[in-house]
Design a protein around this ligand. Structure first.
Ligand SMILES: Cc1cc2nc3c(=O)[nH]c(=O)nc-3n(C[C@H](O)[C@H](O)[C@H](O)COP(=O)(O)OP(=O)(O)OC[C@H]3O[C@@H](n4cnc5c(N)ncnc54)[C@H](O)[C@@H]3O)c2cc1C
Length: 478
């Protein structure tokens, strides 16, 4: 039996803790805040439950589905995706339907986009474009108009940097089709041949996703409960400050409250990679990696829905938020009858003005923009809440995989330390992949590995797909 210290109580830390405890190890989770769940937690405000943005659980991994069923039982919901893009003053269904796009866009704009896409297609037959950045990757496949009017403003808004500085691998991972032609072919084969060739990580043409009744926080709460049943100890309000390393091993954890803990064999890090490196003595300011932050605005709306869509993307730079989510569509039980809760996401850096605006200022601006796009008149009285969070998006600058590989060197040199999860590996991935990585780390600890293997590129299916695995069940508690 090993003693394992887990740093961070988000979905990655909780899954790893659960799996290790299931195998009989003694596990303690150290979490900075007084709540577990991290980004996959929910905010409860009176009768309303909000998530930090929409959290659709997409997986084809039977082992993960079984785990969700086991944890959630009747509270595991299957939902149909009904999202939209607010583009050029119109709401366009997303995933895109070519017919709906044609109906919604001005004929002149549609003609320009189509002709450019055709031109790019012919160009690609005679010469291969240099895909050295996100901008080049997208523009050479979708043409200048679509890039300038949609991809560029949206990407700039979300990531906060010029798309020319973003790695092209971000585009190829996030955009499920290579061109409009590719899209039409894949859509036809999806509908007529029942094949799913949308193998990309984040946006396969799936109209279904899993969700947990009462918000995504129900899933992480159940995971934490399962951990407790299995004997995992939680030390919330414990912010890791420094790792004491001696002879290639973490000897002790130091916390901001002055505590020192040394009773562990392995330490599993799930806090942001930059914080881990800082705790090992690397000044954060010097690091070539940076996370995007976010201001979340939550509104209690006295209407059954704000729009017919579960969530809407807003590429327009004049609209302050990038996405709105209407929780009544995800689970009506998250709001009182006849009302809906809405989350607006404003991506930013803490140095940007909006981060330090007063809450009332942010709420007023959001209400103005919601009226402008035509989904909620300013006259409708709504209670609002504002939450600021750092470490939201790991910014995938050109060459980020190689940069992270380099940054991991000092971590690799420490035999009983492993870093994992979206934050711990600076990996732009979803909950399913976080859970898969966490299970893999638990397996490596079980096998007493002291040279951990890292998979830095996102992997839609993730680890363990083919493996039969014993699920962490309460019955086997130590
Ligand atoms: C707006 C938004 C929308 C998203 N939508 C989806 C979606 O639709 N589907 C999907 O699958 N995924 C989605 N995700 C991604 C998903 O939320 C993350 O992949 C996942 O929650 C990351 O889990 P984690 O445990 O790795 O990190 P976190 O949840 O960030 O957990 C890390 C934990 O470490 C703690 N911590 C930090 N510093 C310290 C310290 N010094 N000491 C101790 N503890 C510390 C934090 O408090 C936190 O609890 C979304 C994310 C965002 C931001």
């Amino acid at each position: 039996m090993k003693n394992v210290a887990i740093l961070g109580g988000g979905i990655t830390g909780l899954t790893c803790a659960c799996q290790l405890a299931q195998s009989g190890h003694a596990v303690t989770v150290y979490e900075k805040t007084f709540q577990t769940g991290g980004l996959a937690g929910s905010l409860v405000q009176g009768d309303f439950v909000f998530d930090y943005g929409p959290h659709e659980f997409c997986t084809e991994n039977p082992m993960l589905v079984a785990l969700l069923e086991d944890l959630l039982g009747d509270d595991l919901l299957e939902r149909h995706k009904h999202a939209a893009q607010f583009f050029n003053g119109r709401f366009i269904d997303y995933p895109l339907s070519p017919v709906h796009v044609m109906q919604q866009l001005r004929p002149g704009l549609t003609a320009r986009i189509v002709s450019e896409v055709v031109l790019q297609r012919f160009k690609s037959l005679v010469w291969t474009s240099s895909d050295h950045s996100f901008e080049k990757w997208v523009a050479s496949r979708f043409g200048a108009t679509l890039y300038q009017t949609y991809f560029r403003p949206f990407t700039q808004k979300v990531w906060g940097i010029d798309p020319d500085h973003l790695d092209p691998r971000t585009a190829s991972q996030r955009i499920a089709f290579n061109s409009i032609f590719d899209y039409v072919i894949k859509t036809c084969s999806y509908f007529f041949l029942h094949r799913n060739d949308f193998s990309s990580i984040h946006s396969p043409l799936k109209d279904k996703y899993y969700y947990s009744r009462g918000g995504i926080g129900t899933l992480t709460r159940r995971l934490a409960e399962r951990c407790r049943e299995l004997g995992v100890e939680f030390r919330c309000g414990h912010q890791v400050e420094r790792l004491e390393v001696e002879e290639g091993q973490v000897k002790a954890l130091h916390f901001t409250n002055g505590e020192r803990v040394a009773d562990f064999d392995y330490a599993v890090n799930t806090m942001p990679l930059s914080l881990l490196l800082a705790s090992l003595g690397h000044p954060v300011a010097d690091l070539p990696i940076k996370f995007r932050s976010m201001v979340f605005v939550f509104l209690e709306i006295p209407r059954p829905q704000m729009s017919p869509y579960s969530w809407i993307y807003y590429p327009d730079p004049d609209i302050i938020f990038q996405r709105s989510t209407d929780f009544a569509h995800l689970d009506a039980g998250m709001c009182p009858p006849g009302k809906t809760g809405v989350c607006l996401e404003i991506s930013c850096f803490p140095e940007e003005e909006v981060w330090s605006w007063r809450d009332e200022q942010i709420l007023a601006r959001v209400r103005r923009d919601l009226e402008q796009v035509g989904v909620l008149p300013e006259s409708v009285p709504c209670k609002g809440h504002v939450v600021r969070k750092q470490f939201i998006y790991p910014i995938q600058v050109i060459g980020y995989l190689e940069i992270v590989e380099e940054l991991l060197k000092p971590v690799r040199g420490i035999r009983n330390l492993v870093t994992t999860g979206r934050q711990g590996l600076y990996k732009y991935c979803n909950m399913n992949e976080c859970m898969e990585m966490a299970l893999e780390v638990a397996d490596q600890i079980e096998a007493e590995v002291d040279d951990f293997a890292y998979q830095l590129e996102s992997n839609w299916r993730g680890a363990g797909l083919e493996q039969e695995r014993a699920l962490p069940t309460a019955k086997k508690a130590r």
